[in-house]
Design a protein around this ligand. Structure first.
Ligand code: FES
Length: 148
């Protein structure tokens, strides 16, 4: 998608990123990052789920429709989902929605799935930085329309 974003706008743009996090791993990792006093961008808005298997494709699309510039799904490591294969179902949905985004001219990189354990507080902070930097470079999803 063409955004017509100038370099100055890219530097000042603060993306809104929705993070669908599994209660058992990513949410706990985010909590640990806080306990460890690790800095990560405030652009990440966490929605806690019992398992990423609860993430429906419609939730992902709705997040973009409601103003998110980027969306991440963060679940347990593969083989460690507390509901057996919820994270694998989430992975398939994320890939499917990425394809849908690409087909409509929106960069698929705006949506990403990550796997981590509850002990990975520093990895959570790293992911938060990675997504924020990536989306900042891509620019606002809908240009400056949502700023007004
Ligand atoms: Fe964490 Fe399923 S319980 S992804």
């Amino acid at each position: 998608m063409q955004n017509n974003v100038t370099p100055d706008e890219t530097e000042t743009f603060e993306p809104k990123i929705i993070a669908f996090c599994c209660h058992y791993c990513a949410f706990a990792a985010a909590d640990l990052a806080g306990t460890m006093r690790l800095q990560y961008p405030p652009n990440i808005h966490i929605i806690r789920l019992p398992c990423t298997g609860k993430v429906d494709a419609l939730y992902l699309l709705k997040a973009f429709e409601e103003g998110a510039d980027g969306v991440m799904v963060a679940g347990c490591e593969e083989g460690s989902c507390h509901f057996t294969n919820g994270n694998l179902r989430a992975k398939k949905r994320v890939h499917h929605v990425r394809d849908q985004l690409e087909q409509t001219g929106i960069e698929g990189e705006r949506l990403e799935m990550f796997n981590l354990s509850s002990a990975m507080g520093s990895r959570f902070a790293e992911i938060a930085h990675l997504m924020t930097d990536r989306i900042r470079k891509l620019g606002p999803l809908f240009g400056n329309e949502s700023a007004n």
